[in-house]
Ligand binder design. Structure first.
Ligand code: DGL
Length: 279
């Protein structure tokens, strides 16, 4: 498999949420073509075991590699938290996750060294953000909270009003009591709740959107490897494993424009030639 400049970037997520990452990448790198896979048949990943999420992440990645992508972006925080290291070790193309860029952005932003992290149960249980932050600065304190209701709320478009506000107040209370000055939105869906979270966290807390930080790392990695494509307007292909029409509707909310979506079921085929060696 040869990585060429003109080959698309592959991005996968457990479903719709990774479109927040797509939006940041297309804004920053309009010349890049993208292939997106959203595993809508098997979402959520955030409530599943590491073993299952890793298996899904492999299948999603192999689907993208069959489309000759030059890079894989793991837009899903949960999959990044539990599968990134393994994917990066065995795949020939660069693999970028959302945890490291988000952690680094938070470390650069904090003034008092107290950082909050919110994410799915699996992401929080993995301790991935904490590990990454403390790898950069072991003295920094990290306080985390799983916020499982935020994903369905964001998918429903229920991002303001009494119900999401009550949930957010309850989820964030312990973090805010710990005097954090920086809060990582460690889940693809949470940027949609940003205005509400920012209101509850107050002006003294900076919100870190991992999607934004990830797009910068994608640009930097492509440029360093001579793979940046600025020759034309990029083209975008979207695939999901179920309910493509629903994805098209939600796509408007995440991307602010209409998209066309096809069905793909990556677990139905694998091709071992994409490995440098078997995992
Ligand atoms: N994409 C997931 C994440 O960022 C959220 C949805 C899910 O649980 O699958 O962690």
């Amino acid at each position: 498999m040869i990585s060429k400049k003109i080959n698309p970037i592959g991005i996968f997520d457990s479903g719709i949420g990774g479109l927040t990452v797509v939006r940041q990448i297309t804004d920053l790198l309009p010349g890049e073509s993208l292939i997106y896979f959203g595993d809508t048949a098997r979402v959520p990943y955030g409530t599943k075991s590491d073993r299952i999420v890793r298996e899904f992440a492999w299948e999603d990645s192999l689907f993208l590699l069959r489309q000759s992508v030059k890079m894989i972006v793991v837009a899903c925080n949960t999959a990044s938290a539990v599968a990134l290291e393994e994917l990066d070790r065995y795949l020939k193309v660069p693999v970028i996750g959302v945890i490291k860029p988000g952690a680094r952005a938070a470390v650069n932003r904090t003034r008092n060294g107290r950082i909050g992290v919110i994410g799915t149960q699996a992401t929080i249980d993995s301790g991935a953000y904490q590990t990454e932050i403390q790898r950069i600065n072991p003295d920094y304190q990290v306080v985390s909270a799983a916020c499982p209701l935020f994903v369905p709320l964001a998918e429903e478009g229920w991002v303001e009003g009494e119900v999401p506000e009550l949930a957010a107040r309850m989820y964030l209370s312990a973090l805010l009591e710990s005097d954090i000055d920086t809060l990582i939105l460690g889940c693809t869906h949470y940027p949609l709740l940003k205005p509400l979270l920012s209101k509850i966290a107050g002006p003294s807390v900076s919100l870190i959107d991992s999607a934004e930080a990830t797009a910068l790392v994608v640009a930097e990695t492509l440029s360093r490897r001579g793979l940046l494509d600025e020759s034309r307007q990029g083209e975008y292909d979207f695939y999901v494993s179920d309910l493509p029409r629903k994805f098209e509707e939600l796509g408007m909310r995440f991307l602010g424009r209409s998209i066309q979506v096809s069905i793909a079921e990556p677990w139905k085929a694998t091709n071992p030639t994409y490995f440098t060696k078997s995992p």
